[in-house]
Design a protein around this ligand. Sequence first.
Ligand code: FHN
Length: 459
Amino acid sequence: MKRDLPTFRAHYGLLHRVALWSLLCALTAMCLAAPAKAADSKHAVDLGWWKKARLGMFIHWGLYSEAAGFWHGKPVPGYGEWIMNNGHIPRAQYATLAAKFDPVKFNADKWVSIAKAAGIKYIVITSKHHEGFCMFNTKATKYNIVDDTPWHTDPLALLAAACKKQDVRFCVYYSIMDWHSRFQAPARGGAHPTYNPTHFVPGGEAPYLHYMETQLREIVTQYHPGLIWFDGQWMHGWTRADGVAIRHELRELDPNLIVNNRIDPQGAVDHGQGFGGDYATPEQKIPPGGIPGNWETCMTINNTWGYKRQDKNFKSAATLIINVIKCASGGGNYLINVGPTGLGVIPKPEVTRLMAMGRWLKVNGAAIYGSHRMPFKKAMPWGYITSKPGKLYLEVVHWQKTITVPMSNTVTKAYLLANGQSVTTSSTAKGVVVSLPTTAPDKIASVVVLEFSGAVKSL
Ligand code: FHN
């Protein structure tokens, strides 16, 4: 990476600290930040494919998948991928999982075809979660899946190729916090460590950044991801300046690479101010009505991200479908997680639900892919709305005789998306009243399309 990074970082680091301590200096900092803002806007990224996609698959896969929620035969509470922290497992002991990690049932084409059949347009897989184990071919450490497991295989290379073949965007998750790194220290050390949140050891920030830079360069050049999904940015010592520098380097490598907001310690989205990421990442919740700007809700399919043998609390297919609709109606993406086992298998109950989601999307995908948020302020009592120029898609969850859409436009065509059957509409003072047929085409959500000309005239 060509840029003079230490100077770049020092510049931003200074701004950041000064801004925190005094309002006056914050104004100075804003002025000083102007040139960097200009430099950054030069790299403004096109979110087009990501916005159209509306649905992605998160994959949490690491050594924790082998542990499956158990340590020495005892269940460890919390998320599966947090077992190293929650089980207070020393680094050396945890690292022994690598010798057992042999996912002989892994099949990249199968994983991607599951995503494809589920109607998913991009996958985001953990290249390195908080545990620090690298699930890709890296020269920066031997603590990686190729060098340190009996499998000696790079799943990211296989998945990237399978994605290319099946026309699914390949994307990568990367944790800034690293429980294994010698450049980061656990919150509480000793024989029963608690890692979270880590902090840089004295003098550890620069070498860790170098490590990250090396790995991110490998990830971009080896696998060409569409986006990098950062996480663990709350570790102590990670600064806005660090985030700016990393993002800048990534953009130099690939001007089209998208990064999420967790590259920034405060999770800022860059609205042209020169720091933060490209979109917001609400977790485990869908903001009612959405939030302004670009956003993506990530969510577990059961209670955990990383595989836990005992977690059977799977969301129903209906919940997943409604969640896709809710996100799209609020102008956001839905990133639904799967947690493959240590053998490399996506658990069957997850696949079953994803297939049901895919069946719904096969019929109703036009209402979701490439759609925009609902153009009305108030929620609809009968369901949700997504839009495209000249079209409203009414996702009716509570099927009834009539539903009202609060707009004054003249409807030129109205029909069920599932079978093209026409439906009648009438214009009233309260809006367009749509008369629905007796039977809903879908038990979970049926889509009615309204066509009209011009912009929506909201009542
Ligand atoms: O701590 C992680 C967690 O394990 C998981 O990866 C999620 C996914 O968004 N992110 C963090 C918590 O915010």
